[in-house]
Design a protein around this ligand. Structure first.
Ligand SMILES: [Zn+2]
Length: 183
């Protein structure tokens, strides 16, 4: 898939005419019927969590995109869903555990390819503590092939699944939140 050709439609979804313009990587415009569709930025959320030894939790992704690479617990915000509920639901779905109060770090843009469609996302990252011990987690084997606890020195940026996560990790390891959110 070529990210420079992100038009999600081969045909107008209203009148069926082939082609159509795709403007600013988000706006589909049909020249035949005038239909406009905005393929807007989607919100996603993830958490950075540490154990008492200072290792960070990564999930080895079991699904594309980024299968086999490192991600964080998290996922897309559902329509109408408050952000706090979204992050808690995603963590619950992926590792089967509850978290304490998430502390916001920052949001970074990402491009997420799924089923031959490019989604532009804004990935919102938090720190949070997982409340249950790992023996009590229930990891979703469809989404997560394994858990990987890593010291910062063990994390290679190229192993991180998404540019947004690479940007977060770069800021984190540069000490951007040294005096704040780190729990
Ligand atoms: Zn049309």
């Amino acid at each position: 898939m070529n990210p420079d050709e992100p038009n999600p439609f081969q045909f107008c979804p209203r009148c069926g005419a082939p082609g159509g313009e795709f403007l600013k990587r988000k706006e589909f415009h049909c020249r035949v019927c005038g239909h406009r569709y905005f393929h807007n930025v989607a919100a996603a959320a993830g958490i950075l969590t540490q154990d008492t030894q200072g290792r960070f939790l990564f999930l080895v992704r079991g699904m594309e995109p980024g299968r086999g690479l490192l991600g964080l617990p998290g996922g897309f915000v559902d329509p109408g869903e408050p952000l706090d509920e979204a992050i808690r639901r995603e963590v619950r779905e992926e590792i089967g555990a509850e978290i304490d109060t998430p502390v916001f770090l920052d949001g970074y843009p990402n491009r997420y390819a799924f089923a031959k469609i490019w989604y532009n996302t804004l990935d919102l990252y938090f720190t949070a503590k997982v409340l249950a011990p790992q023996e009590e987690w229930s990891v979703d084997p469809r989404e997560v092939s394994s858990l990987a606890w890593k010291y910062p020195a063990e994390v290679r940026p190229a192993d991180l699944a998404f540019p947004s996560l690479q940007a977060l990790w770069s800021d984190w390891t540069a000490g951007r939140w040294k005096k704040g959110a780190q729990s």
